[in-house]
Design a protein around this ligand. Structure first.
Ligand code: ADP
Length: 259
């Protein structure tokens, strides 16, 4: 709270009273804090892979390269960390692009079933690695949207469903129309999310279990990207979850106008 006070002085320097202005800056301070946290998070997230790339390459140059096994395993780490860095930079650029006030996407009639099929192709190897079966129930639905961005939404949700599930479980994906909306449900049988965490999931870099989630290979930005894209489509996304049972993300998107 900012408080300003000033005397009100009338004729012959007579004090008439005092004006006090209370200015509530809670919201400003909160925004400022969010911005500071974001910069701190970005720095930390970028520094981690860079430190590792520097460390391992220095050790190799100091002589460790002479042992072939060490050479190979360190090169693998350097490659993994470089990929991670690339992913982070891409996600950050994507987000900052979407957060510009001028951000605008071209909405056109888009075959949502085809969008989902493309996303499934991308994620398939990751699901297969954990032997997670995917059950699809897709109605033909045309939404008002940007196909490539929507593919990214479904990919992010499917990757999370896979990352936060055990091996040999099932993920199901439904697409149907209801009223003037298209509805996509991505349901997993994974670890679930505590009710108290759900409100913060879509924040940049927010992770329920920091250590475990970072090791899972994500950037902590996936869901904030999902939220931005869906909101740019005038849609919304909801989460329902039960710890130890599973999680369902439900996306609502406006259907394309009938022609
Ligand atoms: P990350 O790269 O860490 O997965 P996201 O923004 O995609 O970042 O997700 C934020 C956090 O939400 C994750 O770290 C994880 O804790 C939680 N989360 C997301 N999807 C799921 C899911 N399907 N099941 C359980 N937890 C999830």
């Amino acid at each position: 709270l900012d408080v300003y006070g000033a005397p009100v002085i009338g004729e012959h320097e007579r004090w008439l009273g005092v004006v006090i202005v209370f200015h509530d800056i809670t919201e400003l301070k909160k925004l400022e804090q969010v911005r500071k946290d974001f910069v701190a998070n970005v720095s930390h997230e970028l520094r981690t892979p860079v430190t590792s790339i520097k460390g391992f390459s220095e050790t190799l140059l100091d002589g460790a390269y002479q042992d072939t096994d060490t050479l190979l395993s360190f090169l693998e780490i350097i490659q993994t960390e470089s990929n991670r860095l690339e992913m982070l930079i891409n996600d950050l650029l994507n987000l900052s692009n979407m957060e510009r006030s001028a951000f605008h996407i071209e909405l056109e009639p888009t075959d949502m079933k085809a969008v989902i099929e493309r996303a499934v192709e991308t994620v398939h190897p990751k699901l297969a690695e954990k032997n997670i079966s995917l059950e699809l129930d897709l109605a033909p639905v045309i939404v008002n949207g940007d196909g490539n961005r929507l593919i990214q939404v479904i990919v992010n949700l499917l990757i999370n469903a896979c990352t936060y599930s055990q091996e040999n479980t099932k993920v199901s994906l439904k697409l149907y129309a209801e009223g003037d909306q298209a509805i996509v449900e991505v349901e997993d049988q994974g670890i679930g999310i505590e009710a108290s965490e759900i409100g913060r999931l879509f924040e940049r870099f927010y992770r329920v279990d920091r250590a475990r989630s970072r090791n899972s290979g994500g950037t902590g930005l996936g869901l904030s990207i999902v939220k931005h894209i869906i909101e740019a489509h005038h849609g919304n996304v909801e989460v329902e979850s039960e710890v130890g049972v599973g999680t369902t993300f439900t996306v609502h998107l406006p259907l394309a106008e009938e022609i």
